[in-house]
Design a protein around this ligand. Structure first.
Ligand SMILES: *Cc1c(COP(=O)(O)O)cnc(C)c1O
Length: 388
């Protein structure tokens, strides 16, 4: 019925590819099979108690019960700015260059509404986090996909973007540490992106959700790079860093103009973040040193246990440099959906087919390090035991 015909913008979204596997997964769990779920990017550990305590204390203060101020709690903005100065040696004005968000997913989705028009394009990496594409499509613009290929170390080949696409584009999206490849940016790569963006007059949108989950030393913020602050906005999230996916809190930072543009959209769309959550986020960042290094060490131990076992048993994988994702090449002759189906049906392990993250994800499966090292070793043994 025409009444229920979905809008063109929804119809333009890429199809959801996992219906089949989701059905099989649900059936396997319902049948009582011992499923090891490496499918979702959601931390298995609880939020640390000191953050819950800050929330509780905040919730008990009636001053938090009203609409939150438009551009976020001043204490949180100041704390983010201090955190950024300490961690990245980048000075951010807490009033104009920092904006708390309801997790970064909403902000990444909403940002293009501030800058893109119909007929514009935006350069978007694939495989990648789906909201880059959907946000651009919701704004009426066209995503131009930049493949991230193993042979290019999972960096986009900027030289391969056509002049016509570059001319139409208003923004370029990057995501490092990268999901799903687990790659870290280099200074050279960020410098190339900024040079390209300057040449073609592009906004740089950098998703730093995994900035604090890196195993070989600190990840870079693009805002550390010369010239970045004039044209970049970077999205950070407390979700993965503090086991807070359900809390919905993160922040955007960077160019004061771009932050203000995002703010214009957000003040029209939402009415801020529960102030008690913002106070809890403040406590989280203040308690960073007491929690985050230990969390990263835990994931590193899981990564090593899982990847070492897979490699030992003949399923080759490069351990991720960052993030809790292992991006594993499918065994010879298998598509990503066939490999994932077989792993689920015969090994009782849930992994995600790479195709779901974009066409260049074909040939890979993604496994998330969100179960214990013991279970990861068992998952690796089960996967390798199949006759590939
Ligand atoms: C988890 C994740 C985010 C952040 O999500 P929130 O909305 O902050 O919970 C952003 N980008 C990527 C690639 C992610 O995996």
């Amino acid at each position: 019925m025409a009444l229920f015909e979905l809008s063109e913008r929804l119809q333009k979204l890429p199809p959801y590819l996992f219906a089949e596997i989701d059905k099989k997964k649900k059936a396997a769990i319902a049948a009582g099979r011992d499923i090891i779920n490496l499918g979702i990017g959601d931390p298995d550990r609880p939020t640390p108690q000191f953050i819950i305590d800050a929330l509780t204390e905040g919730a008990n203060d009636p001053a938090t019960h009203q609409y939150a101020l438009d551009n976020g709690d001043p204490g949180l903005r100041r704390t983010i700015s201090e955190f950024f100065a300490r961690r990245y040696a980048v000075e951010l004005d807490p009033d104009s260059q920092v904006y708390p968000t309801i997790g970064s997913k909403e902000a990444i989705n909403h940002f293009p509404l501030a800058y893109l028009n119909e007929g514009d394009a935006a350069l978007v990496p694939e495989p990648g986090y789906p909201p880059y594409r959907s946000g651009v499509i919701f704004a009426g613009a066209d995503p131009v996909l930049m493949p991230l290929l193993a042979e290019n170390d999972f960096f986009p080949d900027l030289g391969a973007i056509s002049d016509a696409d570059a001319a139409r584009a208003k923004a370029i999206y990057v995501n490092y540490p990268n999901s799903p490849s687990g790659k870290l940016a280099t200074k050279e790569f960020f410098a190339d992106v900024l040079k390209y963006a300057e040449k073609h007059d592009l906004i740089v949108v950098q998703d730093a959700a995994y900035a604090e989950m890196s195993y070989g030393g600190r990840a870079l913020s693009i805002l550390e790079m010369p010239g970045a602050m004039e044209r970049s906005i970077e999205f950070h999230s407390l979700s993965k860093t503090f086991n807070m996916t359900g809390w919905r809190v993160g922040w955007a930072c960077g160019s004061a103009d771009l932050v203000a543009g995002l703010g214009r959209i957000k003040t029209n769309l939402d009415s801020g973040i529960f102030t008690a959550v913002q106070r809890a986020a403040t406590a989280a960042l203040e308690g960073y040193d007491s929690f985050v290094p230990g969390l990263v060490e835990m994931y590193q131990g899981r990564r090593d246990a899982f990847c070492d076992k897979l490699n030992e048993l003949g399923l080759k994988v490069d351990p991720p440099e960052a993030t809790f994702y292992c991006w594993i090449a499918c065994p010879e002759g298998y598509s990503s959906t066939d490999a994932a189906s077989r792993i689920l049906e015969e090994a009782d392990v849930v992994v995600t087919p790479g195709l779901g993250f974009g066409p260049s994800g074909e040939g890979f499966i993604r496994a998330t390090l969100t179960v214990s090292a013991e279970r990861l070793v068992e998952a690796a043994e089960r996967m390798a035991a199949l006759d590939w």
